[in-house]
Ligand binder design. Sequence first.
Ligand code: FMN
Length: 305
Amino acid sequence: MSVHVGSLDLVSPVMCASGTAGHGAELAPYMDLSLVGAVVVKSLLHGPWAGNPAPRVHSVDAGMINSVGLQGPGVQGWIDNELDLLVASGASIVASIWGRSVDEYRQAAELLAPVAHALTAVEVNVSCPNVEDRDRMFAHSPQSTRDVLVATQACNVPRWAKLSPNIMDIVPIAAAAAEGGAQAVTVANTMIGLAIDVEKRRPRLGKGRGGLSGPAIRPIAVRAVNDVATALPDLPVIGCGGVVRGVDAIEFLMAGACAVQVGTATFADPRAVQRIHAEIDEWCQSHNVANVADLTGALTTQGPT
Ligand SMILES: Cc1cc2nc3c(=O)[nH]c(=O)nc-3n(C[C@H](O)[C@H](O)[C@H](O)COP(=O)(O)O)c2cc1C
């Protein structure tokens, strides 16, 4: 069940997705975090950040919509208050960082450098508005994506770029992330959505729009993974979006991902990552697949036969 992601070996292909497993060891009472592929912590700005007005989460038919707004203690606050507990849990730790400008990403990466020995990787969440580019998402511009990846080298650990699915062609963005030094890309973040309370004639979320996640977005994310894996076969892809069962993860692997992340499913079942790992293992045994890594890119036809 172990997999390679760039230069890294993970004990499992299933990781906790950023923002859905807390900042630290919150899930440790539910499962042995040392058996999880990696725990990607909630994205951190260089300094503390208050996030968006409530309500911040709302359940929709096939998932959820959120506008948490990247609330967090800042990189130093996280190092001081959360990191030791997470290290003690035995988890492979992936710190996630975000910024509103290239320089804010640089600052966040520099603050992580002194604890590089405790980190497996840094996931650079480029699915955030760039104040220097008319609030366009970094991940919607190859140039901005490349600039952010170059600026985050100082963290001194392998970097993954967390991309946005809200774009027609994700391949040039993935290529730009790799040119900037990303060892892998995580595909993908949430889809932008709007849920309305028709009685109040108001958006369900305090911010208005939010990020749609869960099974509703899985076929979009699987397609985006396949786009990147097909066009850039040497770039490891981590699939993310609507993984709830083992077979969902296997879809991502067959589309070309080398590992997956689980987000929304954890809200319904805090042991989802552990369960999905076991379901993949069972599927592999019943289908005579010796190594889960053999499933990566195993998609053979473009449609039903
Ligand atoms: C409540 C919530 C908070 C999130 N916060 C972050 C975050 O801080 N950084 C990030 O890169 N992605 C964040 N995400 C996106 C998830 O990591 C994941 O990419 C997305 O939810 C799709 O996966 P899923 O369908 O398994 O949830 C968040 C998602 C949710 C639902």
